[in-house]
Design a protein around this ligand. Structure first.
Ligand code: THU
Length: 130
């Protein structure tokens, strides 16, 4: 099973692939599936701006498309002194497909934060309410 440091390192490496020519804000994510597989993602921007997809959703959609259905942790990395938490859209997608994930926020040199997704997305809307 990967350690937290393994996950953070994977997110740092994924960040290098960011397609962030508009914001120049590169983000990497590394999602751990229940079986220990690590699936990474980076943000991908395009000329419409609005169709940009964050690193966290890229990681989750890659993981789902590869057959993973249960997840434990996600590391998110940006090159900033303050940690970069997942945006609202990512919180929703991570919650619906990953449940109460453990979230570690890091920059290029250190871990800056540790959270549970249920604390970042109180009163969530999900399939149980349909
Ligand atoms: N971004 C992420 O990939 N994840 C986050 O948690 C915050 C924001 C991306 C989206 C966009 O490409 C850039 O960072 C600036 O918002």
């Amino acid at each position: 099973m990967p350690t937290f440091n393994d996950l953070v390192d994977a997110a740092r490496r994924a960040r290098e692939h960011a397609v962030a020519g508009f914001s120049h804000f590169k983000v990497g994510a590394a999602l751990e599936a229940k079986d220990g597989t690590v699936i990474t993602g980076c943000n991908v921007e395009n000329a419409t701006y609005g169709l940009t997809i964050c690193a966290e959703r890229v990681a989750m959609f890659k993981a789902l498309s590869e057959g993973h259905r249960a997840f434990t942790r996600i590391a998110i990395v940006a090159d900033t002194a303050d940690p970069t938490p997942p945006c609202g859209a990512c919180r929703q997608i991570l919650w619906e497909f990953g449940g109460d994930l453990e979230i570690v926020l890091a920059n290029l040199s250190e871990i800056k934060g540790h959270h549970w997704l249920k604390d970042l997305l109180p009163l969530p809307f999900d399939a149980r309410l349909l």
